[in-house]
Design a protein around this ligand. Structure first.
Ligand code: NAI
Length: 348
């Protein structure tokens, strides 16, 4: 991407605390736009409970068009109709890789202070395909989908993540239950093993999901990249988020071959909506992941530098105890955002 090109970002404002977080992230991206050679064109788009009320659809067609016309989507949480937005978008854009980092940040109370791992979750198969049938009134059968193609492409993605990360001991751990799910998870773990052979500089091992759930609490420092199937990934990533101190700091990425969507791990938090107390870090760190992805997709080192600066600013905020209420600080959403913007401007 040339210096003067702009990245088109579609920004879903969402419900509950969504608009407050979206306003914060927008101001921060605009500051990067104003002060660096990284340029954004941000279009706010409507989706979620508010869109359902206004337009009769949680994900209106014009929103889909705006998202299709953008380079990446940054999404604030939506409310009760989240499934009608996020699951539809994941399928529509074939966003097969769900990436959830769990990282210790300074002055955040977690179980440990030295965790830095990433969960790479397969996003399109498993029991989440929703193939559930009544055999009779009292008996339901639910089907699980596993293909070599999807297992290999998620494994491939996990190894690429491991290569991208700045760790000395790069490692991918495939998490499964192949002793019980003898066909579907055996296929998954064998696919991971096949892909591992192409990455001799990354260690590979595998673990049963129950052992992994225990070790995430006992010695999470041993993990680097975890690759796993949809349901296990869903559960383990919430566990990992708690190990490093909760939801307010958690970003997530939904990535496909041509498009990607970035959002906080948490929901619309209606209990604190409109009070200017929400922690915007989850969406700011989602924007940081978005910049990393744009960097590798467009071979743009400048935006990678901006993403690193943004994360280092969030870290320096925490080190100075400039925190929002959910993580033991006193700052409002607006004050936190203003401080980040001040630091961004001072950087140059
Ligand atoms: P939630 O994640 O919205 O909130 C759980 C708790 O964490 C609440 O006490 C909330 O105040 C707190 N919290 C969450 N994010 C925070 C932040 N940034 N700063 C400070 N505190 C924060 O979960 P809940 O209450 O179960 O769901 C609320 C709504 O969100 C539901 O309608 C649900 O459908 C939707 N949802 C949407 C998702 C999405 O858009 N991808 C994902 C999960 C839930």
């Amino acid at each position: 991407m040339g210096i003067m090109s702009k990245y088109k970002i579609s920004l879903i404002e969402g419900d509950g605390i969504g608009p407050e977080l979206a306003a914060s992230a927008k101001k921060i991206l605009e500051t990067i736009h104003d002060t660096t050679e990284t340029k954004f064109e941000i279009k706010q788009v409507s989706a979620g409970d508010n869109a359902l009320v206004k337009y009769g659809k949680a994900l209106p067609d014009f929103t889909v068009n705006d998202i299709k016309n953008s380079d990446a989507c940054l999404k604030s949480p939506v409310g009760e109709f989240a499934a009608d937005v996020i699951i539809v978008l994941r399928r529509m854009f074939d966003l097969y890789a769900n990436i959830r980092p769990a990282k210790s940040y300074p002055n955040i109370k977690g179980l440990y202070d030295d965790v830095d791992l990433v969960i790479v979750r397969e996003n399109t198969e498993d029991v989440y395909i929703g193939w559930e049938f009544n055999l009779d009134d009292d008996t339901i059968i639910a089907l699980r989908l596993a293909t070599k193609r999807a297992s290999e492409r998620i494994a491939q993605y996990a190894f690429k993540v491991a290569e991208f990360r700045n760790k000395n001991n790069k490692k991918v751990t495939a998490v499964h239950k192949a002793n019980v799910l003898r066909k579907s998870d055996r296929l998954f773990v064998n696919s991971c093993k096949n892909v591992a052979q192409k990455y001799p500089n990354v260690q590979f091992n595998d673990s049963y999901v129950d052992a992994c759930a225990m070790n995430l609490i006992r010695n999470p420092q041993d993990f680097d990249v975890i690759v796993t199937t949809n349901l296990f990934g869903d559960i383990l990533s919430d566990e990992a988020a708690q190990v490093v101190g909760g939801l307010g700091m958690g970003p997530t990425a939904n990535i496909g071959d041509n498009f990607a969507l970035f959002e906080p791990v948490h929901g619309a938090a209606f209990d604190i909506a409109g009070k200017d107390v929400a922690n915007p870090s989850s969406l700011i760190l989602s924007a940081k992941m978005m910049m990393e992805w744009l960097s590798s997709k467009n071979k743009d080192n400048k935006i990678l530098e901006e993403s690193k600066k943004l994360e280092s600013i969030i870290i320096s905020m925490l080190q100075e105890n400039k925190k929002t209420i959910d993580i033991g600080g006193k700052l409002s959403t607006t004050e936190f955002t203003e401080n980040v913007i001040k630091k961004l401007k001072e950087y140059y």
